[in-house]
Design a protein around this ligand. Sequence first.
Ligand SMILES: CCCCCCC/C=C/C(=O)SCCNC(=O)CCNC(=O)[C@H](O)C(C)(C)COP(=O)(O)OP(=O)(O)OC[C@H]1O[C@@H](n2cnc3c(N)ncnc32)[C@H](O)[C@@H]1OP(=O)(O)O
Ligand SMILES: NC(=O)C1=CN([C@@H]2O[C@H](COP(=O)(O)OP(=O)(O)OC[C@H]3O[C@@H](n4cnc5c(N)ncnc54)[C@H](OP(=O)(O)O)[C@@H]3O)[C@@H](O)[C@H]2O)C=CC1
Length: 290
Amino acid sequence: MTDDTTAAKLGLTDAELAVHPTVFASGALKDRVVVVSGGAGGIGRAIAWLCARLGAHVAVVGRNQTKLDSLVAEMADRDLKASAYVTDIREPDAVNALFDTVWAAHGRVDGLINSAGGQFPQAAIDFSVKGWNAVINTNLNGTWYMMQAAAQRWRDHKHPGNIVNIVVVTTHGLHGIAHTIAARSGVIGLSRAVAVEWAPLNIRVNCVAPGVIETEGWNVYSPAARAAYPRSNPMMRNGTTFDVAEACVYFAAPSGKFVTGEMLTVDGGGQLWGETWTTGKPAYFGGDDT
Ligand SMILES: CCCCCCC/C=C/C(=O)SCCNC(=O)CCNC(=O)[C@H](O)C(C)(C)COP(=O)(O)OP(=O)(O)OC[C@H]1O[C@@H](n2cnc3c(N)ncnc32)[C@H](O)[C@@H]1OP(=O)(O)O
Ligand SMILES: NC(=O)C1=CN([C@@H]2O[C@H](COP(=O)(O)OP(=O)(O)OC[C@H]3O[C@@H](n4cnc5c(N)ncnc54)[C@H](OP(=O)(O)O)[C@@H]3O)[C@@H](O)[C@H]2O)C=CC1
């Protein structure tokens, strides 16, 4: 947790997400059913709000019933459609049950956006087996279980579908979270592979790589590391969860209908210039380790 008890909530609030201007036309996702994992988190929450505002019924997935229920209630207050599903994406049986339940409730699923994920900052040389496995299981295996469960039902129902996987920037400048770079590199490769394999099934698969996006998930990083994040890209600022949500909807909506196997990086140019040290910049590289 943050060491500043007066700190403001990180990221956009529900009240802000409910009215944030969007480039998308209302009705862009009318009558679609979209599953959003991590849907009550920071980025997932913005995705859930935007999809619902564009006319979708959103199935929000996470492990914390209270967080999910509060989001669904906030949306219902604004006549938006959402339902909550407690599921640990690392449990394949639970993931299969989730998709069966959503199909039974709505008779369709049109999109899956995988925003569930996370990691902790630590020098790779000190990773424990348990810590490594926690990150790989969450970000690679859990994402795969969701992808496969969605795709199998699209194949069986002869229904088109699309998947958006939220990853991290794996190519440049992100240090101190090597376990997640490994897991997300796996997701990126997997997405490109199945984009081809699943094209005959009318299933598209794309990735979005956010840069520094202020959310409650940042509480796992030290205040000193977080303070440097805005200076890690040439725009010299953090992005918002809505920036990422609009990138996801680009792929999920008809705007993305001829796009598959692609990656959209939403990082203010950080992959070209800048560096993010989640564990503090070592003196060796000109930093002071904070
Ligand atoms: C250019 C881009 C810049 C971006 C900047 C930052 C990049 C990315 C940012 C984000 O993604 S922020 C939003 C994402 N949200 C999170 O990361 C949430 C916080 N993380 C977690 O909840 C965990 O890290 C987790 C592994 C994803 C959760 O899995 P699980 O619930 O199974 O884990 P735990 O039971 O908590 O821990 C299991 C195991 O892992 C090791 N471990 C966990 N935390 C730490 C830590 N802080 N330091 C060292 N090791 C850790 C440890 O072995 C745990 O086992 P135990 O010791 O607890 O038995
Ligand atoms: N914020 C940033 O700067 C960046 C974020 N990302 C990635 O974007 C994604 C979303 O991040 P963000 O919104 O910031 O993070 P948050 O921590 O706010 O949200 C992540 C959500 O994932 C859910 N989740 C985690 N593990 C599981 C699991 N095993 N099963 C089901 N749900 C799970 C959590 O819900 P619950 O607690 O209910 O289980 C949580 O609400 C993550 O993959 C993150 O790594 C990538 C680059 C930068």
